[in-house]
Design a protein. Structure first.
Length: 275
């Protein structure tokens, strides 16, 4: 059986070992492909699926990016992403994509003391390079003199209903492209309300962790697991390494096991997959 996983940085965030890899260790008889792409929006879910369509998955797990994150064009030319590399180990693949060029992402959370998006970007340094995200994004821009004004204004508009409605359509496009392949959605913070509750794999990781609904064994193994501040790495609610492990074992794995049993009973997967 093959499961394709779509999503953003809470699903694929090298060098962090994320929850999909833990699931591959739990479900040894299932093959997983982590086709998530950090920093994307709902509009790129379709692109990532189509680039991995030849994988021919039997099930799709989709960790929805925040609907209020979007990309804006900053140049006349736009370079779509493509698969640069597929790294495989046992029953687990992980995809590395090319960079998107000609557009830049807008959205997410800023710390309370940071009110200007461009200034915040300047502090986001790229590991092993003497450059910030601001430097990279501005290098794509046709009008570099007005780049700050453009991204700051766009950031102020990130919660516009326009972006929500566009995200809803992007999710429906993914459903249409997937056809008969079952999809279950995951949400770290909160769902897109138009997606039926029954189409989600389980409750949100954020709610699960904040409610401390996980086993006491994690606290015994790692005392930091009792501290909610240790569950997230930043204001973007990126899961910490221990949070990925907890969520995979205590939230996603039981829900996935139940889903696979249900699909087996309903005979929604190809004949012979569950022999």
């Amino acid at each position: 059986m093959k499961i394709l996983i779509l999503g953003a940085s809470n699903t694929n965030r090298p060098p962090v070992k994320t929850w999909p890899e833990y699931l591959s260790e739990i479900f040894k008889d299932v093959h997983f492909r982590n086709a998530a792409y950090r920093g994307i929006t709902c509009e790129h879910l379709y692109d990532c699926f189509m680039l991995n369509k030849d994988y021919e998955p039997d099930l799709i797990l989709c960790d929805l990016p925040p609907w209020y994150r979007n990309y804006i064009p900053v140049a006349d030319k736009y370079q779509k992403t493509y698969i640069k590399r597929i790294d495989s180990k046992d029953n687990y693949d992980i995809i590395t994509y090319s960079l998107l060029k000609g557009s830049v992402p807008i959205g997410g959370y800023l710390p309370k003391h940071e009110l200007i998006y461009s200034e915040w970007l300047k502090k986001q340094m790229i590991p092993n390079r003497d450059m910030s995200l601001y430097d990279v994004y501005r290098s794509y821009s046709k009008d570099r003199d007005n780049f700050d004004d453009l991204i700051n204004m766009s950031y102020e508009m990130r919660y516009s209903e326009y972006y929500y409605e566009r995200a809803v359509k992007d999710v429906e496009l993914l459903r249409y492209a997937a056809g008969d392949i079952p999809i279950r959605f995951i949400h770290t913070i909160g769902p897109i309300e138009s997606v039926d509750v029954g189409d989600f794999l389980c409750e949100s990781a954020y709610k699960f962790l904040n409610g401390k609904n996980y086993s006491d064994k994690w606290v015994q193994m790692t005392p930091a697991a009792y501290d909610l501040d240790e569950m997230y790495e930043d204001e973007w609610v990126h899961l910490s390494p221990i949070a990925h492990k907890i969520v995979a074992h205590d939230l996603y794995a039981p829900a996935l096991r139940n889903l696979l049993n249900t699909l087996k009973e309903l005979n929604q997967l190809h004949v012979g997959l569950f022999s």
